[in-house]
Ligand binder design. Structure first.
Ligand SMILES: Cc1cc2nc3c(=O)[nH]c(=O)nc-3n(C[C@H](O)[C@H](O)[C@H](O)COP(=O)(O)OP(=O)(O)OC[C@H]3O[C@@H](n4cnc5c(N)ncnc54)[C@H](O)[C@@H]3O)c2cc1C
Length: 392
């Protein structure tokens, strides 16, 4: 086997980090090691993921057909509050975060993937980067890829604190095995993307593969997201879990407080069309506040930021994962042919940075416009959460 031309440390082992590790190893012939903060089972950062061309391409390069890891939809349905619908043909492929995670993790089984590894220190040196983790483990690399998400520690060390900013609304989510829901409810939601919006809220639902990746009828999951305008002071309460722990960007299943759950149920009864009301009332909830990180400088000596660490897009563009994959693929092209004994290919890397920042700017303005179409995160828009009664 040929000796690797350089060693890469990828910080953050979610889908963006895995895509970078795969592509840097395949196309730039690097030796890769991934360092992930989570200890045991990886917790999903998303649930449903709309298949996009950048994701489909990368999966294909690593031997997986998109159709094999996706549920196929036929149409799109727009619901009115009364339950009336508008229907159009709209074929689409839908997958799930955990399906993608295992698909990308499998071909990396012979590379280092170190969990329980929270990066706490990063030092640029003459010809590489030294890093240290919370357990005291230290290592070095020739190039570092920061894929550590919206609250990136690497970004705060490299670029100064560019804190994520709350966008003014919360994504309430559910991901249920289809078998655990009433059959007539699943029947109404299967094979289609179902959408509802009114000023200050927006909800969507589609089916995704089961937790074992199965796309067979009876083994899939029903994925839904309900965006609700929520004032910051209410958010602070919502982020306190049942265990008393305060979460920053994700409240997992089992932690959503009884108060928050009760308020959401009342909102569902007051505002949602019947099929969505029933779905919410049958689901175990989890929460992601929507946060913005504006586009950041990505190149810092021998380090590069990718995915959400480099800047976010609103989820309405359904492109967070595709953006992280495209960052990873194009970075590995920019580093193709580089050898650790040579100077970095700075011109190619700068070109990579320009192109990716301009794409991020385009997607993030599109996301803000899509949100504004439902009055989400917009000043003077209705605040359904605040007007729901017992908020203090
Ligand atoms: C409400 C909502 C809905 C979304 N819906 C979609 C969708 O439909 N389609 C889509 O494509 N995208 C969606 N996204 C976006 C998507 O979740 C991300 O863009 C995508 O997961 C890419 O993220 P990433 O790999 O850059 O970061 P993340 O997935 O956030 O992963 C960062 C990783 O870094 C690890 N980490 C953090 N700090 C450290 C540290 N100090 N040391 C080591 N490891 C660390 C974390 O544990 C984590 O595993 C949605 C996002 C939100 C908020």
């Amino acid at each position: 086997m040929n000796k690797a031309s350089f060693r890469v440390a990828v910080v953050g082992g979610s889908v963006g980090g895995l895509a970078a590790a795969l592509e840097l190893r395949r196309s730039a012939k690097a030796e890769v090691a991934v360092y992930e903060r989570s200890a045991g089972h990886m917790q999903a950062r998303g649930a449903g993921v709309v298949m996009q061309p950048d994701v489909e391409w990368l999966l294909g390069e690593h031997g997986t057909k998109a159709e094999d890891v996706c549920v196929q939809l036929k149409e799109r349905i727009q619901l009115e509050q009364s339950g009336q619908t508008f229907k159009q043909r709209a074929p689409q492929l839908m997958t799930a975060w955990d399906t993608l995670y295992s698909t990308l993790r499998e071909p990396l089984r012979d590379s280092c993937y170190r969990q329980d590894s929270e990066l706490v220190e990063l030092r640029q040196e003459d010809e590489g980067v030294s890093i240290r983790f919370i357990d005291g483990y230290e290592t070095s690399c020739d190039f570092l890829v920061a894929a550590d998400g919206v609250n990136s520690k690497c970004r705060s060390i490299l670029a100064g604190e560019a804190a994520a900013r709350y966008a003014g609304y919360v994504a309430w989510r559910g991901l249920e095995n289809e078998q655990s829901l009433p059959a007539n409810l699943v029947q109404q939601l299967a094979n289609r993307f179902t959408h509802f919006h009114t000023r200050g809220m927006q909800m969507l639902c589609y089916l995704v593969p089961g937790s074992d990746g199965s796309t067979d009828e009876g083994r899939r999951r029903v994925n839904w997201v309900w965006y609700v305008n929520t004032p910051r002071h209410s958010l602070e309460t919502i982020l306190v879990g049942k265990s008393g722990r305060t979460f920053r960007s994700f409240v997992p299943k089992g932690e959503v407080s009884d108060d928050a759950e009760q308020q959401l149920s009342s909102l569902a009864i007051a505002h949602l069309p019947p099929v969505f009301k029933e779905l919410v009332l049958h689901s175990e909830l989890f929460i992601q506040p929507v946060q913005d990180v504006v586009s950041q400088p990505r190149l810092h000596g021998h380090c590069a930021l990718i995915g959400d660490a480099a800047g976010t897009v609103r989820p309405h563009t359904a492109s967070g994962t595709a953006k992280a994959f495209a960052d990873a693929t194009s970075l590995s092209i920019a580093l193709d042919g580089w050898n650790r004994s040579d100077p970095l290919p700075v011109d190619r890397l700068k070109c990579w940075e320009r192109q990716r920042r301009s794409e991020l700017n385009r997607l993030s303005s599109m996301g803000v416009q899509l949100a504004a179409g439902s009055g989400l995160g917009v000043g003077n828009a209705p605040q359904p959460w605040a007007h729901n009664g017992n908020d203090t």
